[in-house]
Design a protein around this ligand. Structure first.
Ligand SMILES: [Fe+2]
Ligand SMILES: [Fe+2]
Length: 247
């Protein structure tokens, strides 16, 4: 079946696999190979939701790129905080771009009529506990980073004119999918500013994020848009480390 036929068939669904926090390392080369091969038989696209590497160096990205050779479906990605650890996120991105990964940080993508928008995101906390820009310059900068990332996400979603949109983040947009993490670190796991941006749109069908390794799999925004924490260690309904949904 080609793209055109898929688009024309009203019952046709795009099968989207998603996983975050693979934390690739050269010493564990091959760790994800079988999973990527399996995903290629079950999904039409793979979303990688950040923390692609452990300390954000090219050698780790190369290990992941090697495993991704087993993946025959399009791969979309956003970076995570670990991918920034060594101050070389561009190098990490470059290695993976050369392996065919498409990064959504500054662009959007449409696959078989479904739009994909994504950013890394940032922290700041949730709901009425969300940090605002008050006090020291460092505190204001922390709050502003989440605002800026949310604006970038909003702009990316606006760039898509597809009837269905999938959003990818590394940080969580809602509190429900970080439930299980220690309360003391919640402000560093995500921000409601991303859910607020997403809820301005009528055509977002699903949101994937990672980062909260001990969080919960599923929740929803205030408007009811499904949110999935696809961090690899989070238990998924079918027992696999990745999520698979239809859009
Ligand atoms: Fe992680
Ligand atoms: Fe993370």
């Amino acid at each position: 079946m080609n793209d055109l036929q898929l688009d024309e068939a009203p019952e046709a669904k795009l099968r989207v696999a998603a996983i975050g926090d693979v934390h690739a390392a050269p010493s564990q080369r091959g760790q994800w190979r079988d999973m990527f091969a399996e995903i290629s038989t079950r999904a039409d696209v793979l979303c990688l939701c950040g923390d692609l590497t452990n300390i954000g160096i090219a050698a780790e990205a190369e290990a992941l790129a090697d495993d991704l050779r087993a993946c025959s479906v399009p791969v979309l990605a956003v970076l995570g905080n670990h991918d920034h650890q060594s101050g070389q996120p561009a190098e990490v991105e470059q290695v993976l771009r050369e392996a065919g990964v498409k990064f959504l940080e500054n662009e959007v993508c449409t696959i078989k009529g479904v739009g994909f928008a994504g950013v890394k995101g940032f922290g700041g906390g949730f709901d009425d506990k969300m940090l605002d820009a008050f006090g020291e310059a460092a505190t204001k900068a922390f709050a502003q980073e989440a605002v800026d990332e949310a604006l970038r996400l909003e702009h990316a979603i606006k760039m898509l004119d597809t009837p269905d949109i999938v959003v990818m983040l590394h940080y969580a947009p809602i509190a429900a999918t970080v439930a299980g993490e220690p309360e003391a670190i919640l402000p560093f796991l995500g921000s409601s500013r991303f859910a607020e941006a997403i809820d301005r749109f009528d055509n977002v069908r699903a949101v994937f994020h990672g980062h909260a390794h001990r969080g919960a799999y599923a929740g929803q925004t205030r408007r009811g848009i499904p949110v999935y924490n696809v961090a690899a260690p989070v238990e998924k309904p079918d027992g696999r480390p990745y999520a698979l949904i239809e859009v």
